[in-house]
Write a protein that binds this ligand. Structure first.
Ligand SMILES: Cc1cc2nc3c(=O)[nH]c(=O)nc-3n(C[C@H](O)[C@H](O)[C@H](O)COP(=O)(O)O)c2cc1C
Length: 262
């Protein structure tokens, strides 16, 4: 099993680094318990060469390989494609994700149009000085869901300006163990085969949107067509085991919402 951990803070040994460190320890414990080989790689977003999106839309219109910004993005994306799951963690900056986390999400905007991570699992973490983590977690889960990830769970950690390491362990070890268990189990038990109602509904909305507004010949349209996702019987990006009633209701809700959205 391969898991990629993203730390969306510049601070090494900061709060986010500490929490992801605890979760990593517990992931290794889970792997030992289940006798599963586990490889974890940590990517500090602040230490990567990730420039800002220039808004040229070339990734949308011609394909991401034509992006004029030549930096670490596509290498990082290749690592995500080779992993079974990711842990994405950001500090709360003014009630939302940090700038480097948002830039990372923005740079992968083409994946919102051409989802490439179905069958992979994500867990989301936010650390905060004292205020709520809800919006920060939502920004990350919304993006990851749109990219096709199965969301195993999310958790927030109130830690002040910089928590001492022994204190963060004492206070958050149980929550970190729970986070590790959720992420590990979702990968180990292939929970992505059970897409949520929301994910099934979003698939239907996206499918109808590309069918109505998509322009044949564009990378987006071509990608959807190539994957066979326009087929009327297709209810999700990958073959799944969701109950037929959930699928039917999600499709129906998706169709109704599409009438207003598209
Ligand atoms: C630019 C900036 C903005 C922040 N905004 C908030 C905020 O809106 N609410 C809050 O409770 N904490 C805020 N904080 C505190 C951090 O969210 C908190 O200390 C976090 O755990 C730091 O994680 P790190 O050590 O990994 O960078 C902010 C910190 C910085 C540097």
């Amino acid at each position: 099993m391969k898991i990629l951990v993203f730390v969306g803070s510049y601070r090494r040994n900061g709060n986010t680094d500490q929490v992801t460190g605890l979760i990593k320890e517990h992931l290794h414990k889970q792997a030992e318990q289940h006798r599963t080989p586990l490889e974890i790689e940590t990517i500090y977003l602040g230490q990567q060469n990730l420039q800002f999106c220039r808004g040229c839309r070339i990734c949308y219109d011609r394909g991401e390989e034509h992006c004029p910004v030549k930096d670490d993005l596509l290498a990082i994306k290749a690592k995500m494609q080779a992993a079974d799951g990711i842990l994405l963690a950001s500090p709360v900056y003014v009630d939302d994700v940090s700038g480097i986390t948002k830039n990372f999400i923005d740079r992968l905007c083409h994946v919102c149009h051409r989802p490439q991570f179905a069958g992979k699992v994500a867990y989301v973490v936010a650390t905060t000085g004292g205020s709520r983590t809800g919006k920060t977690l939502e920004t990350m889960t919304m993006a990851l869901r749109t990219w096709g990830f199965h969301i195993a769970g999310q958790s927030g950690y109130k830690m002040g300006a910089l928590m001492k390491r022994d204190k963060s362990r004492a206070q958050f070890d149980t929550r970190a163990a729970q986070a590790a268990r959720q992420l590990f189990t979702a990968i180990h038990q292939h929970r992505y085969k059970q897409p949520s109602f929301f994910s099934l509904m979003m698939f239907k909305i996206q499918q109808m949107s590309w069918q109505t507004d998509g322009i044949p010949g564009t990378p987006d349209y071509h990608y959807w067509e190539q994957q066979g996702w326009f087929h009327s019987k297709r209810s999700f990006f990958i073959p799944h085991e969701a109950k037929w009633l959930k699928v039917a209701l999600a499709r129906f809700t998706g169709i109704v919402i599409s009438k207003f959205v598209n």
